[in-house]
Design a protein around this ligand. Structure first.
Ligand SMILES: [Zn+2]
Length: 143
């Protein structure tokens, strides 16, 4: 069982209080999410968002959402530290470009499937009857 880095009876300050050089109260809002053994997490979040803003944001959220909020803030903060210009927007826009490329490929593949179906049905109907309109479809699609 993980208890957020706090050992029963021993007051180890959480990573946030340690960095801020303050006493870690038993109801410290940071303690469950910034255990003492992961100091880098609070380091980057503090650098990018500021401890008091993080404190405020966590207070405003119901407890069951705080862990997710901390994870996303840590992600954003680390991205901003790595890339001071674009931060996590760099990752978002490169993924958005990939989505655009994949959507184009998907549309091309779907068009190919439609073309193959038309070709198939026109060549199978050719065995029974020679229809000039299906011949046209075949030639139009295969130039
Ligand atoms: Zn604390």
């Amino acid at each position: 069982m993980k208890d957020g880095g706090r050992k029963q009876g021993v007051m180890t300050p959480c990573a946030a209080c340690k960095l801020l050089r303050r006493r870690c109260a038993h109801d410290c809002v940071f303690a469950p999410y910034f255990p003492a053994d992961e100091p880098h997490k609070f380091g980057s979040v503090h650098k990018v968002f500021g401890a008091s803003n993080v404190n405020k944001m966590l207070q405003e959220l119901p407890e069951h959402q705080r862990s997710d909020a901390v994870s996303s803030m840590v992600y954003e903060a680390n991205a901003r530290v790595r890339d001071p210009v674009y931060g996590c927007v760099g990752a978002i826009s490169s993924l958005q470009q990939q989505v655009d490329v994949l959507q184009t490929q998907l549309a091309q593949a779907q068009a190919e499937v439609v073309h193959m179906k038309i070709h198939q049905s026109s060549s199978s109907s050719d065995q029974h009857q020679s229809s000039p309109s299906s011949e046209n479809v075949y030639h139009l699609g295969s130039y």
